[in-house]
Structure formats: structure tokens, C-alpha cells
Design a protein around this ligand. Structure first.
Ligand code: SIN
Ligand code: FE2
Length: 197
């Protein structure tokens, strides 16, 4: 795992947030629900790029080319995210999905692996914007040591190699730790390659 603190400086964070506002205007945040139980997750989600990650009670975790509520194709992935991937991913094809998670003050994300992709040789690259998130990352089984680190606005994390399938999650966010978002809270953008090139 690689952590790049403040990879995006304050002006770059504001520019990326502007791109994100346009994406959300076109592809509104939706409420993801868990497979089978239908329980609502605490984050709100949307995507950009050719594919988006979605989940619901009936059909579970999957990638699809359209927004589950509007039925429209996902907005294009902003150039700045493709540039980031080219810089840090060391992978010969572009990302296909950018999952956007929004964490309001009490939202969190349980420990999980990202494993709905066909190619684990591509890394997972994520960008944090807004309030600090307490990120936990362990090994490739649920047992074993877990470490916690703070992801601040502008930070980038790359899960690659033996950490590509590491369990990870967000324990909680620290409300009020950033003034980037007028509404407070935290956005996380996760870039992934879904299919084999
Ligand atoms: C995720 O693993 O889906 C999100 C991680 C994060 O919010 O930093
Ligand atoms: Fe994840």
C-alpha cells in the first residue's frame, strides 16, 4: 500500500470538487443497499466512467454502465483522475470505474475487500476530499493485525500487489476537520480497472 499525503493541494482539491459537483448534478447520489438483507449502507454513492459499482437487495454487488435510478450512462471520468491513474497506477490500461462515496458525519464503511473486478493485477487508487477519515487496513484475511491511518483531504492511497485484496474500511470520519465541503463530510473517489484489457 502506498499513501501519498496531500497529493492534491488546496487549489487542486477545489478544482476536483468542482468536477465532482458536476458529476453529482448529472448522476445524483443514491442510497446503496446490501445484498439479500436490503439494509441501507450509511454512505451515499454515485460513479463516473464507463462502468459504475452499484449494490442493491435484489441483484447484489456489480458493475453496470448506467445509474440505477436515472438509467442514464455515468458521466465521463474527469481528465485529472485519468492523469492521477497514469502517474501512480503502473498499469497499461485506463481505469473503467470511479466510485464516489459520500460520508455524512456518522457514515462509515465496514471492513471489506474490493473483489468484484476481473483483474486484480490493476491497483485500486483512491482520493479523499473533505473531512478526515479514519482508514483501517489489514491483510487478505479477516484475521491478523489491522492498522489505522488518517486520510486527509487531498490524500491518495494505492492498494497494489499483495495489498490489492487487503481488507479495508472507514471506522468513522472526523466531522469539522476540513472546510473544503460547505455541507461538511467526506468524499472518497475510488478508481478501478474492472475488465482485463
Ligand atoms: C471504499 O473502500 O470503498 C472506501 C474507502 C474510503 O472511503 O477511503
Ligand atoms: Fe473498498
Amino acid at each position: 500500500m502506498e499513501h501519498f499525503p496531500a497529493k492534491f493541494d488546496a487549489p487542486a482539491q477545489r478544482r476536483l470538487l468542482g468536477e465532482l459537483r458536476r458529476i453529482i448534478a448529472e448522476a445524483p447520489l443514491f442510497v446503496p443497499t446490501m445484498p439479500r438483507s436490503g439494509k441501507e449502507m450509511s454512505v451515499r454513492m454515485t460513479n463516473c466512467g464507463p462502468l459504475g459499482w452499484v449494490t442493491d437487495k435484489e441483484r447484489g454487488y456489480r458493475y453496470q454502465a448506467t445509474h440505477p435510478v436515472t438509467g442514464k450512462p455515468w458521466p465521463n471520468m474527469p481528465r485529472v483522475l485519468l492523469d492521477l491513474w497514469n502517474e501512480v497506477a503502473r498499469y497499461p490500461a485506463p481505469p473503467e470505474a470511479c466510485l464516489v462515496n459520500y460520508y455524512a458525519a456518522s457514515a462509515k464503511m465496514g471492513l471489506h475487500q474490493d473483489k468484484d473486478e476481473a483483474d486484480f493485477s490493476a491497483p485500486v487508487v483512491s482520493v479523499s476530499l473533505g473531512d478526515t477519515g479514519i482508514f483501517r487496513v489489514g491483510g487478505t484475511t479477516r484475521k491478523g493485525p489491522i492498522r489505522a491511518l488518517e486520510l486527509k483531504s487531498g490524500d491518495v492511497v494505492v492498494l497494489d500487489g499483495e495489498d490489492r485484496l487487503a481488507y479495508h474500511g472507514i471506522d468513522r470520519i472526523l466531522p469539522g476537520s476540513s472546510d473544503l465541503l460547505a455541507e461538511g463530510g467526506r468524499f472518497n473517489l475510488t478508481l478501478r480497472r474492472v475488465t482485463k484489457p
